[in-house]
Design a protein. Structure first.
Lengths: 454, 454
């Protein structure tokens, strides 16, 4: 016999919108992170904003936790329903609501993924550039302030959001911005709700900036004797003012893994991957200047992708990196995600490599060095608890060193479950202000409870 | 006899930090806007963050309003102390606290102006690009989320702020961000306090992103038969993906005024001003592509600035526009500042011209067309109240039409006094959320009372 609130949910949004099917519950109990799964009591799949508001009003009345769920590609447990309740699945809210090429903007529902979005707009000479690797949902990317390989050029989701439609805990629907490209009106709720991981309200609509598709792209790669040399070389490029579109560090261990996983033949050395984008002549010049700078800095194997096939291969390989580590049979992978001021990057990367080697575990270091953001992927045997402990310890060491360096405990994955314990250390007295906003907007604590703040 | 709270202030921060001198009070009663001045009871000039905290604690205890004051260059009354009290002047907090060229960031006190900042960092190959025209203080620019001619490339202040030090109403000091270039940790207080005009807390430190100085710059200008044709041509450039650094609309009336004011000889027609920035070859190519595109669109007088002298002249003239209108002897000037989705820009500009011509007043239309943000400068005789009424009416008509178009009542000047009445209309239910944040952080209402929300 279902509890009364589930019956009410079914009455309100229909039997096709609510399920307690075991497989569905299991699927919504986890994401791509290492955190143990927790099943929701039900999965609710609203069709529109009104249904989300209805669900939230019912949840408020009964004090039932609501955890939003997009593509399940999150890396720190943001979508895991720690206190059961309702998993709010956005699969049925995956449409483009308003596409305005002439405004260079688009309004979408949260369930659409970034690849599905791009597929529908690319033929208009426009693209949405934020690229976290996974084909994440735009709602999830907004909720975690995702970014990825193009952040050095386009920033993170927060830089792309013009307006959000948000349903508050009490069912009120607000808009946080407008369709204008900039504004000095009111307080900046766009930025506050972006990255709030469903703890302040549920995002039901997202208006995004779009960008002209660059006329010409050049990808290139080169190698250096050490990760530190890679980080220092990346720093030279940034200081030079060459407007790179991507600049990625991939250490030799990561190259080895991805070569094996995807049957690539990249030189198995510490590497930088580059992309330049713009007009043909401009991009040619940028790539040549970068080549000169990198050769002066002592790089080997400078190689430009010969055509679009080779270019795609570089970025496919880069995106498969995480999978290359996480899909080793019988093993699990634990990732980290710190971001530091650029001048501290080389030190942090060296520290990460030292920690991994000291642990005896297999692991790679790679990341978005143009932002000072990098990841480790550490492989452990789930049957050996001390290996997981070691991996967690490395994660913690990196976070603490990042905070000491004036950086942040998460550059793009979000706080979720794993970074909650560092919030006060990172934000100090500001954490109390943040928590007071949470209490103001969600007094009953039904919105994704257990995330960001307790 | 001074009231007790003034004596306490003097005790706390010294006689040199507190004045009731009539001239100082008068100077702090106004900004560059058309709003009538209101004098503070005292001007307090703290030397450091601790003194700001002391002042706020005293103000809280006695319920005295505190209105921050930077360079006095605001355009909508943000720094006018509507309820007297303390004008918090940042002249003595104008230092660079930490300059880190290798991190491409700088931490400054709020009183430093943007030109003073650039003067100290330019020799390191770095610059701070946000350029609202006036030599505003960085604190004021942050408080209003200022932007200006380079927003099409660099966004607004909010896009440049890495961290703020903020003193809350009760004297607590918080940091809203970190020195990392991006973060997904906590809630985004950076963006919330940027643009909050001193109503949520007093900004005492600002950490900003810096950018490599472009190797090469090209400025150019051309004319079109109508402001509408200018706006449409600007739209073509944006859609083409040519990465302009500035793209400005200046109508013929504005050109006439600035020619007269600054003894320039620009063709007195509706114009677009351009700047391209990057590597030499890239910029050459961009400028040539833009020229081709503009000629296809029917422009006349395409002219590249021959050298750096001519280039500076274009931007000096653009910056003097507002002064050209506001310094007509015996007259006053009233400016507007709306921002709309790009596709609505041409219509709004035409509407603005029609309203000005219908009013019989002298006025110009110009603005940052790459962002959909434009201004009108309307000249009126302060001795003729019906002229000021007409100017106010035009301002109101433009705001209402901008809101109908999905835009905002202020693109960059801030809410201040003049845009307060549009907050509910623009933000709807979200205005209630914003007001609840204000009440939470400033329960006594001592922080810049009468601004943004009552």
């Amino acid at each position: 016999m279902d509890p009364q609130w589930i019956n009410e949910l079914i009455e309100e949004i229909g039997t096709d919108g609510v399920t307690i099917n075991e497989t569905a519950l299991l699927q919504h109990s986890q994401d791509e992170s290492h955190h143990p799964g927790v099943s929701p009591d039900v999965v609710a799949s609203p069709k529109n904003t009104e249904q989300v508001a209805t669900i939230l009003r019912t949840a408020s009345r009964y004090g039932i936790p609501v955890t939003p769920y997009g593509a399940g590609s999150g890396l720190d447990g943001g979508a895991i329903p720690l206190h059961n309740g309702i998993s709010l699945d956005f699969t049925r809210m995956d449409r483009i609501l308003h596409f305005s090429p002439e405004d260079m903007s688009v309004t979408v529902q949260p369930g659409i993924t970034r690849l599905a979005l791009n597929k529908q707009i690319n033929s208009h000479g426009l693209h949405f550039p934020i690229d976290p690797g996974a084909d994440a949902s735009i709602g999830g990317m907004t909720a975690t302030n995702a970014s990825g390989t193009t952040a050095v050029r386009y920033g993170s989701m927060r830089d792309q959001v013009l307006d959000l439609e948000v349903v508050l805990a009490d069912g009120r629907v607000i808009h946080t911005g407008s369709r204008a490209k900039k504004s000095s009106s009111g307080y900046h709720l766009n930025g506050l709700f972006t990255g709030s991981e469903g703890t302040l309200g549920i995002i039901t609509g997202i208006t995004l900036k779009l960008h002209g598709t660059p006329e010409h792209l050049i990808a290139a790669r080169c190698t250096f004797p050490s990760p530190k040399a890679c980080a220092e070389a990346a720093h030279l490029i940034l200081m030079s003012g060459i407007p790179v579109q991507r600049i990625e560090l991939v250490d030799s261990e990561s190259i080895r893994q991805v070569n094996a996983y995807g049957q690539y033949a990249f030189p198995e050395e510490h590497s930088l991957f580059f992309e330049f984008a713009g007009t043909k002549g401009g991009v040619e010049e940028e790539a040549s200047l970068a080549e000169e700078l990198m050769k002066d800095a002592g790089c080997s194997h400078w190689e430009r992708a010969a055509g679009s096939k080779e270019r795609s291969e570089i970025w496919r390989a880069r995106h498969e990196l995480s999978y290359a580590f996480s899909h080793i049979p019988g093993k699990k992978m634990l990732g980290s995600d710190v971001c530091v001021p650029l001048s501290h990057l080389a030190d942090l990367v060296v520290h990460a490599r030292t920690l991994i080697e000291g642990s005896g575990l297999l692991g790679g270091v790679f990341g978005h060095v143009g932002d000072g953001n990098f990841h480790t992927s550490i492989v452990y045997d789930p049957k050996k608890p001390h290996e997981r402990e070691k991996a967690l310890h490395i994660n913690e060491e990196l976070v603490l060193k990042a905070l000491q360096s004036g950086g942040t405990c998460t550059g793009e994955h979000g706080v979720g479950i794993g970074k909650k314990k560092y919030q006060v250390q990172e934000h100090g007295e500001a954490a109390a202000v943040m928590a007071s906003f949470k209490h103001l907007l969600d007094p009953e604590g039904i919105l994704n409870p257990g995330k960001i703040f307790d």
